[in-house]
Design a protein around this ligand. Structure first.
Ligand code: PEP
Length: 246
């Protein structure tokens, strides 16, 4: 399976910036040996969708509602995302879990809704620094996998240690490998053969200089990239790190 490099633009990118970034990524994405995904903010999705038409770069959103429609002020349904060309959606990002009270049950319901619309969910899990320091990282991540992924789940899991997001710090290669192996075992236990084949991304301070080493680790099926996805050269540098080592 090709690795997936996904850019999470978060709440960055007025339309002019989004256009420029998407145009540069599109221009540099030809011939890469990985799948490339960008996840702009909602307001830029249509613009970026139009710019990416006919290219290999895929489009995703950063969240969606668990509802299909109706009186849910401010929410965006999976069908709305599908309509404007999104094929992926990030769910349960730690920033949404922490700042919007998205507990596992909410993440699970959103995942159900995304799957029902044919979107590919990228469900994020990961421990806090305090949880890792007290040796509880696998307990926490195992619990998140158990409770955030619905029965019959098919999609992508992103392991994002919260303390590595936007900090410039990453776990050691051994720690990343151990956690990805643990996640593989949990997915296989929960979903059988389906779990054996699921893609597991690593996220947290991935940049061109550390991408090749992280992406070469066993069970790492790609990267979810925040800060470095806002500069086309950095993002493409991460994509090329995959191409270089495959
Ligand atoms: C993220 O927020 O998903 C992320 C991985 O951010 P960063 O790459 O900036 O650590």
């Amino acid at each position: 399976m090709r690795q997936l490099i996904a850019g999470n633009w978060k709440m960055n990118g007025l339309l002019a910036e989004a256009r420029a970034l998407a145009t540069s990524i599109r221009a540099g994405a030809g011939g890469l040996d990985c799948d490339v995904l960008v996840c702009p903010p909602f307001t830029a999705l249509t613009t970026v969708s139009e710019l990416l038409l006919g290219s290999s770069v895929q489009l995703g959103a950063q969240d969606c509602s668990m509802q299909t429609g109706g009186a849910f002020t401010g929410d965006i349904s999976p069908a709305m995302l599908h309509e404007i060309g999104a094929s992926y959606v990030i769910l349960g990002h730690s920033e949404r879990r922490a700042m919007h009270g998205e507990i596992d049950e909410i993440v699970r319901e959103k995942t159900v809704a995304a799957l029902a619309q044919g979107l590919i969910p990228i469900v994020c899990v990961g421990e806090t620094e305090e949880q890792r320091q007290s040796g509880r990282e696998t307990e926490v991540v195992g619990w998140q996998i158990e409770c955030s992924l619905p029965k019959g789940f098919s999609g992508i899991v992103a392991y994002e240690p919260i303390w590595a997001i936007g900090t410039g710090r990453t776990p050691s290669e051994d720690e990343v490998a151990a956690m990805h192996l643990f996640i593989r075992e949990e997915l296989t236990r929960q979903f059988g053969d389906g779990g054996r084949a699921m893609q597991i991304l690593y996220g947290g301070s991935v940049k061109p200089s550390n991408a090749a080493a992280l992406l070469a680790l066993p069970e790492v099926g790609g990267a979810l990239v925040g800060g470095a996805s806002l500069k086309a050269e950095d993002f493409l540098g991460i994509c090329r790190a995959v191409s270089a080592q495959r």
